[in-house]
Design a protein around this ligand. Sequence first.
Ligand SMILES: *[C@@H]1O[C@H](CO)[C@@H](O)[C@H](O)[C@H]1NC(C)=O
Ligand SMILES: *[C@@H]1O[C@H](CO)[C@@H](O)[C@H](O)[C@H]1NC(C)=O
Ligand SMILES: *[C@@H]1O[C@H](CO)[C@@H](O)[C@H](O)[C@H]1NC(C)=O
Length: 391
Amino acid sequence: MKSLLLPCWLLSATLFLVFAVLTSAVDRASCQKSSKEDPIKVCPPNTVIVGRTGKFQTIQSAVQSIPKDNTPYTILIQPGTYREQVNITRPGPLTLLGSTSNPNTHTSNTVTIIWKASEGSGGKGGDNAFTSTLTVAPNLDAALTGAGPTGHAVSKATPFGNTDFRAYNINFSNEGHSGPSLAVSISYANAGFYFCSTKSFQDTVYVGKIGSALFHGGEVAGETDFFYGFGTAWVQSAIVSLRGCGGGITAWKGTETTFPNKYGVYVHDSQVKKAGSVKSGGCALGRPWNALHRSIFAKTHLDDSIRTEGYIKWSGNDGHISGKTFMAEYANTGPGFNKAGRSKGPGKVLSDAEYEPYSTMEKVFQFMNGTYGNVRWIDRNPGGFVAGDTE
Ligand SMILES: *[C@@H]1O[C@H](CO)[C@@H](O)[C@H](O)[C@H]1NC(C)=O
Ligand SMILES: *[C@@H]1O[C@H](CO)[C@@H](O)[C@H](O)[C@H]1NC(C)=O
Ligand SMILES: *[C@@H]1O[C@H](CO)[C@@H](O)[C@H](O)[C@H]1NC(C)=O
């Protein structure tokens, strides 16, 4: 009896899972392809439409129309270029869908959200937070970068922001090119970007305090310190494009917490490649914004833009290097991976055992209280394959 019951239970659980995964994939794609039919029929409940024939003409006006509660909402964005800043403060699940007939690649994206602001030029001034094209944070206090080794001191009373923000098939761009110019900024929130393109020159992706962000597929393009922050970012099966060499690709600022943390940036199964006139051997994998920087490039193909020593110090006089600086690589390939050259840099090449604690998203994404396994907001099957697999 027992031996019969167990497989039965397993089978129905598996079927349920497969069904849930399939229906969610179908809903997203049919909603994104729906521009000519009645989208409401094929989109998830609570879908708001933005665009030429939509109810709203700007994305932010659609965001503001949505109640600040925990009901899941979707915003379907019709093809076009939207010149605006988008700011998500609501706690409940929110998905932004870019219309596309090809939802499993960023190369056919039809929706671009553009802003142009650099810190000190075009921004409101005073903090990088004001420059960002997209902000996902409960309030301004949570979004501020601040300065110094620990950054802006966020008030203890700050609540968590969005628990499940997702963007599919959207190009986020900040055209500012004179200092920090954020394209996306995530603090006190969980955010997944699937088949998106995220571009600026400096400080493109900011994952601030208590922020968790996944970039699955798509492209992140920048020049200087273009993954920076305090939280945790995971880049999966994506293209990391070098529009020039400045600082490093990653510039993380670690934080001492009462619990052990793995805040940092993890680039997996991806490709690092030049996009523009980049000198061979000119670009660094990263540099420590403070001495607690943590980053890993794993199973990633590096083109010849990468310097022989891989990672570099912060700057000549103040290297920001201590025994706790963790700038690492694991099983990278390509002309940009020079094993002999790496021994001369401040980074390290990990063994299987050293890599193991960072090998899955469950092991690195933490809740606010430090507990690992903050992954319920992640779409594991965004393109008909399981996140973590190599595309
Ligand atoms: C979005 O960006 C990708 C490159 O990352 C590009 O192939 C695509 O054409 C862009 N879409 C638009 C509408 O510009
Ligand atoms: C986002 O909106 C909130 C609420 O209106 C506001 O307090 C905050 O300053 C905005 N964030 C940014 C970065 O402008
Ligand atoms: C930490 O927070 C998570 C999510 O709210 C919760 O599931 C978990 O039980 C908490 N852990 C502890 C030790 O409080």
